[in-house]
Design a protein around this ligand. Structure first.
Ligand SMILES: [Zn+2]
Length: 350
């Protein structure tokens, strides 16, 4: 349905950079236009901050209630592993139901025979897609692609079982590239980060936490991979040492110019559904300031409008207060975010 455009102004906006009072065009999308001029006198004003939609780049929708994500400030998710046939329904569900987030899925978790998570309690048996050799690797990636997956989840966890040999690992990465799919690996165990890099994996599903990586390896990882943070999964009674290793690795990865994505492994343990203030505090400990936190949260998705070719987004982030002067308050401020659509933003003006 075509919507006639409505306009509002907001006090602050962020779409890759900050702007002060801005005009927002609302159709079936939200589009940031720029500073108001006299023609905009009298249009409704919202005191608060409009931002690009926030993404959690590592969730398991099968373990949470997706309807809680929007009120919690998360507009988009990457699901990193579940029963492939069930997960294949989620992207369309996200398109049709405005209460759902936008969803990309990996489908199953590609693992070697007996490898993680085939014996783990959290995942249904059908979530583990066993890949025994390079030919099976190509078939498994094709199957996920045909089910509508945008991502390929690989497990490389030598702490709890066997891991892929280099040839099979490489075959998965090559097959994913042929289908323009992003490879995301669960990398755990000493030496596995180096192997993932050598194989050409795009993303790490977790900040490496098994060992303090050396500077030369960090430099190469920063040039070639993105890391999904998931620092808070180590924060609850699992001992501080692993957490400290992860924060130290991420701090050096960031300093080396590495691309950091906000992600929580939502569904894994007792984590808040929505923007996780503790995850953001941990990212601050690794050195990220407010703008870097925002870049990690939006995962490259702009709000549209200024400098973005004029295209808007179906969702945006709304925070009813101005950005804090004190950087230490940024995590708590960001955790008050809610997802807004054009309709729910208009409702706030009445
Ligand atoms: Zn996970």
């Amino acid at each position: 349905m075509t919507q006639e455009a409505r306009f509002v102004t907001v006090d602050h906006a962020w779409s890759g950079a900050w702007s002060r009072r801005s005009v927002v065009r609302l159709t079936d999308e939200i589009e940031l236009l720029g500073p108001p001029h006299t023609a905009h006198d009298g249009i409704p004003h919202l005191p608060g901050t409009l931002l690009s939609p926030f993404t959690d780049s590592h969730v398991h929708l099968g373990l949470i209630d997706p309807l809680l994500l929007g009120p919690g400030g998360i507009a988009r998710v990457d699901d990193l592993g579940w029963d492939p046939d069930t997960a294949s329904l989620w992207p369309e569900h996200g398109r049709l139901d405005p209460r759902w987030p936008e969803v990309r899925v990996a489908g199953g978790l590609l693992c070697p025979p007996g490898g993680y998570p085939s014996r783990s309690a959290w995942a249904p048996d059908t979530a583990s897609v066993v890949v025994a050799n390079p030919a099976a690797a190509r078939r498994a990636v094709e199957r996920m692609h045909d089910l509508g997956a945008a991502l390929v989840k690989i497990t490389l966890n030598s702490d709890v079982g066997p891991v892929f040999d280099d040839t099979t690992l490489r075959a998965i990465v090559d097959a994913a590239a042929e289908h323009v799919m992003t490879t995301t690996a669960h990398v755990q165990g000493v030496g596995q980060a180096r192997r993932a890099l050598a194989a050409g994996v795009d993303r790490f599903a977790h900040t490496p936490f098994s060992e303090l990586l050396d500077d030369e390896l960090i430099e190469r990882l920063a040039a070639r991979t993105s890391w999904i943070s998931t620092l808070d999964i180590h924060g609850h009674g699992r001992g501080g040492a692993v957490h400290d290793v992860a924060v130290a690795n991420l701090a050096r990865f960031r300093t080396a110019g590495g691309h950091v994505l906000y992600g929580t492994d939502l569904g894994n343990g007792d984590l808040p559904v929505g923007v996780n203030e503790r995850e953001l505090r941990d990212l601050q400990r690794a050195g990220l300031g407010l703008d870097e936190l925002l870049h990690a949260l939006v995962a490259g998705v702009p709000l549209g409008g200024v400098g973005e070719g004029g295209r808007g987004t179906a969702h945006a982030t709304w925070i009813p207060t101005p950005p804090p002067d004190d950087p230490a308050e940024a995590p708590a401020w960001l955790a008050t975010a809610v997802v807004t659509t054009p309709d729910t933003l208009l409702e706030k003006t009445t």
